[in-house]
Design a protein around this ligand. Structure first.
Ligand SMILES: *Cc1c(COP(=O)(O)O)cnc(C)c1O
Length: 458
């Protein structure tokens, strides 16, 4: 008969599995040259890696071997210095190593009663971030899975606050609630609105690409008090453009509308002193997000969601059930009560450890490196015949064109760049025209690496 405890005991077999896995984790963590790798097709993976789930198990050696030799190489290494598409990742060694501890410790990050220690440490990080962004003491939040869930959770809290205010005045909901954002806002705002079954009203940015208060004011006045939130973007994903948050905050405050700042990618730049002025107005946000898995050097997946008034957010998000009463009846700080979630991994802990280890100054330097490198390579692009910048970089995203190429040429070039394992740069588009885009996050991405890529565009 199968021993029910065979997966959990401390037998030599079980111990060997743990040792082998941790050895592999250590090797991967300390690779000298991280391979870029590339995806295989479903058909190829069926051929190479099928039949792993059986009644008897295939054993740790075979399963781990398959992972190391087939499955892992079929995944792009988003921390490769030549990975410049979408938004790359660049978790610090300290953060990724400590992520193993989060799993090994079986801590539950949803409630104070169960996870006081990790919740405390996560809150230290959130408090530090809130102070950097200029939010008052008393603000607070939670690390959620990603920016999409962070934006959704914030907008749900915003609608709940608007709804409570109307109820207090004896009024019902409007026929349709409305959220106002830039036409350049991230797709997750529209996704959140769809989940919430509310409408999105977009305001147009100026010629400088930034959304300003006057454009928002016109839309707010058109929709009146059906508007329950305004979203300003602290660094668009495509271009790294920071909206004029200060004037948007003015018009939102005038009309008592909730201001949410989506800084999933860009708000990290505010840690660099000379960049702070670009984000003026963030300190007036009712809620904001920043993704540590983007530009704060944490592993997937983590979004810091911060509210000016966490007590209000709790009203919107706390789940009530008999079996949860012991948790929700008290005055404890329960992260689960602040977003759409219940069970949660203590996903802020890798960032806490890395930040505690290296200090905030190291973070400021690593972020500033990306901003400076973007500027330098933008100047090089301007100087090269055949290449042109689409706009000056504000943060660490550089968008440019290769003259004379159509979409198919860009795609073929991009495929070859990946086949040659030099870099991962997928074409994007702007105003219907194909463009190239470098998103620079990793302090291991060098000027020389970017030059190597530009040279292939000749
Ligand atoms: C990446 C991004 C998001 C979505 O974040 P996920 O973590 O991918 O869900 C939202 N807003 C902006 C501005 C982003 O750059």
């Amino acid at each position: 008969m199968t021993d029910p405890a065979r997966m959990h005991d401390l037998s030599p077999e079980t111990t060997a599995i743990v040792d082998d896995v941790l050895d592999y984790a250590r090797r991967r963590e300390l690779y000298h040259d991280v391979p870029l790798d590339k995806p295989l097709t479903q058909r190829e993976l069926v051929r190479l890696a099928s039949g792993t789930i059986t009644e008897e198990g295939i054993g740790a050696r075979r399963a781990a071997g398959l992972f190391e030799n087939v499955l892992a190489p079929a995944c792009l290494s988003t921390d490769h210095p030549g990975y410049l598409s979408f938004i790359p990742s660049a978790p610090s060694k300290a953060a990724t190593a400590f992520d193993v501890i989060v799993s090994a410790s079986s801590v539950y990050g949803g409630s104070w009663q169960e996870g006081a220690g990790v919740v405390y440490a996560e809150n230290e990080v959130l408090r530090w971030l809130a102070a950097e962004f200029g939010l008052p003491a008393g603000s607070g939040g939670v690390f959620v899975q990603g920016g999409t869930i962070g934006n959704l959770s914030a907008l749900v809290a915003a609608r709940d606050a608007a709804r409570r205010r109307r109820r207090a005045q004896g009024r019902d909901d409007p026929a349709r609630w409305v959220v106002v954002c830039s036409s350049e806002a991230h797709s997750s705002i529209a996704a959140a609105a769809s989940v919430m079954d509310i409408d999105v009203a977009t305001a147009e940015p100026d010629a400088d690409g930034r959304l300003h208060g006057d454009a928002v004011a016109a839309v707010l006045d058109a929709y009146g008090d059906a508007v329950m939130a305004v979203v300003a973007t602290g660094g668009t994903t495509n271009f790294g453009i920071v909206d004029d948050i200060d004037t948007i905050a003015d018009v939102a405050a005038d009309r008592a509308v909730w201001l949410h700042v989506d800084g999933a990618y860009g708000l990290a730049a505010m840690l660099v002193p000379r960049m702070r002025s670009a984000f003026l107005g963030v300190e007036r946000a009712d809620s904001l997000i920043v993704d540590p898995h983007k530009w704060l050097f944490a592993p997937y997946d983590a979004c810091a969601l911060i509210y000016r008034d966490p007590a209000g957010a709790r009203l919107a998000h706390t789940q009530h059930a008999e079996y949860l009463d012991p948790l929700t009846d008290g005055a404890d700080w329960n992260p689960s009560d602040l977003a759409i979630q219940l069970t949660r991994r203590a996903r802020g802990i890798p960032l806490w450890f890395s930040l505690a280890t290296h200090g905030a100054g190291q973070y400021r330097a690593a972020i500033e490196y990306g901003i400076d490198l973007a500027r330098r390579i933008a100047d090089e692009i301007e100087a090269r015949p055949g290449l042109s910048l689409v706009r000056d970089p504000q943060l660490s995203v550089v968008v440019f064109r290769r003259e004379g190429w159509d979409a198919a040429t860009y795609r073929a070039w991009s495929d070859k760049l990946l086949d040659d394992q030099i870099g991962f740069v997928v074409p994007s588009s702007h105003n219907g025209q194909p463009v190239l885009r470098f998103a620079i996050i990793s302090p291991l991405t060098t000027y020389e690496k970017l030059i190597e890529i530009l040279d292939t565009l000749a």
